[in-house]
Design a protein around this ligand. Sequence first.
Ligand code: 1CP
Length: 319
Amino acid sequence: MRQAGRSLPEYREARASTTMLEACLDPDLAAEITCQPVRRHGVDAAIFFSDIVVPLALAGVDVTIEPGVGPVFAHPVRTVADVAALTEAGPPDAAALEPVAAGVRAAVALLGETPLIGFAGAPFTLAAYLAQGRASRDHLAARRLMHTDPAAWSALMDFAAAVSAAFLVAQIRAGAVAVQLFDSWVGSLRESDYRAHVLPASAAVLAAAKAEGVPTVHFGTGTGELLTALRDAGADVVGVDHRVTLDAAVGRLGGTTPVQGNIDPALLAAPWPVLEAHVRDVVDRGRAAPGHVVNLGHGVPPDADPDVLTRIVRLVHSL
Ligand code: 1CP
């Protein structure tokens, strides 16, 4: 999860002479990078190498991914006129998404028996970048727009949902057998705002994926207060970050929802006995759920030791 490949020397080598977006749109390169963590760590599934802003770029939005920064947009979206200019061309169609579909097909061919998970950014998280123009700490530009101009917000949510759904459907039709919707920054909202101004758009995205017949995972950071809302948006599995223990999350979800998570990325740097105890605790607490996908609570730090990740995978398999 979260730019996991960045910690691998083979990733940095493969990426050496390309920009991030070029790499995402080069099907053979994207497929190769997708397989690297599977080969090295022996994980049970691959996540497609791409980025949440790729379908926006393919919709004609002026965006780059800056090293060490993340997505940067030339024209932050703050007004109805900005939203109108943004959405004029509509979401990317199947032809525009062909580099993504080709990358998924190539990855599926290389992976053999190992399943491929597709993903997309959820409408709020896409809007957080679009409104701010880049990463932000509290996503104030998006949260302001929601309340200062509800009509512009609603049009932005509709567009972001269409982009997100198109990206997922392209990956599913090309061979992804499950998808994860990343609403990484939605934990900045109170539940009432989430349910009123965001959930319908995310529900539309998850419904589009479900209509293609694949299971869905829904994840955000800092979402302890939103776990039931994330489930109510229509997800089969709810991702949990490191802030809430899995048994507590399962309790909040009523005991019937499978969960994903939630090894604390900070502990990857801890002495092995400390990390091992934490991983065992995560697996134990996950047994409270009807299903548990073991994962990190959020992303792999770029300076993580890849051998530590391999050791975690071995330990989890042994359990
Ligand atoms: O782990 C993988 O490599 C899988 C592919 C993947 C995924 C699932 C990438 C490649 N990005 C993503 C999702 C993504 N991108 C999310 C959702 C997950 C999460 O919460 O991290 C988000 C928020 C982004 C946006 C983004 N793209 C950021 C974060 C910026 C911020 O606001 O803090 C960054 C740094 C990127 C660039 C990026 N995306 C992916 C990689 C490998 C990189 C680094 C680029 C590089 O190596 O130069």
